[in-house]
Design a protein around this ligand. Structure first.
Ligand code: ZN
Ligand code: ZN
Length: 243
């Protein structure tokens, strides 16, 4: 299954944001071909390195072996698959890979998008507003979790000391049984204090700050976040100072 045109568009938007960052321009500034090409090449190279993928250095021989060994009805299917792999491996051997719709699966495209977002958030690279919005709609949780992991406020990008628990209500304690306490929002101390005034519902806060959001974390994600915010979750479990 090939990946969607929307994902392809998203990847190219991210390339453009990074290209502008590299040359010190605004995320939405118009780019020349050269700067975009360099940014693309650099991000692909970093992704290949991070993924640990080792490309087949004899991809053409592999293809010829498949060709020689398969003469039955399945031949075409097998050959086309091997051909795609050899094309991608040829590119990867040259620190590149194709973003052509028919050569990349949605799963692999998603992994690349996750990598790009993580890279942008980790390195404080401003991303175009519409990318954040698009990502927010389609894969919001991945985006929010990445912000929680990198301790970045979803409103302003400043460092977080502890995430905001959406369902913590005053002195009643958190709703352990329902699991609703696992709804977390990445907020810096300033925006955390603002939402904790109780002057806003979540909807009103989102109206004031459109990038405000939260996610329901699963057990695995909570375990990961316990390492990121060790004191916070400890305090929270004891039912003390958990804000
Ligand atoms: Zn903030
Ligand atoms: Zn809070």
């Amino acid at each position: 299954m090939a990946y969607t045109r929307e994902t392809q568009k998203l990847i190219y938007w991210l390339f453009a944001s990074y290209a502008n960052f590299r040359i010190g321009a605004d995320p939405d500034a118009k780019l020349n071909e050269y700067d975009l090409y360099i940014a693309k090449k650099e991000l692909k190279r970093l992704y290949i390195k991070a993924s640990g993928y080792k490309a087949d250095s004899k991809s053409l021989e592999t293809y010829l072996t498949v060709l020689a060994d398969n003469t039955d009805a399945e031949t075409f299917k097998i050959l086309s698959k091997a051909y795609i792999k050899s094309m991608q491996d040829f590119a990867i051997n040259n620190d590149d890979f194709s973003l052509c719709l028919s050569l990349l699966s949605q799963e692999k495209a998603n992994k690349f998008v996750d990598f790009l977002f993580d890279f942008m958030i980790e390195h404080n690279i401003p991303i175009r507003k519409e990318i954040a919005e698009l990502y927010d709609e389609t894969q919001k949780n991945k985006y929010i979790f990445s912000l929680l992991l990198h301790k970045k406020c979803c409103v302003c990008g400043k460092p977080i000391t502890g995430p905001h628990h959406i369902d913590r209500v005053g002195t009643q304690g958190y709703k352990n049984d329902t699991g609703l306490d696992k709804r977390l929002s990445p907020l810096c101390p300033y925006h955390h204090a603002e939402i904790e005034t109780g002057n806003y519902t979540n909807e009103e806060f989102k109206e004031k700050y459109p990038s405000f959001d939260y996610m329901l974390c699963d057990e695995k994600q909570i375990e990961i976040l316990k390492d990121v915010y060790p004191h916070h979750f400890q305090a929270f479990e004891e039912g003390k100072n958990g804000i």
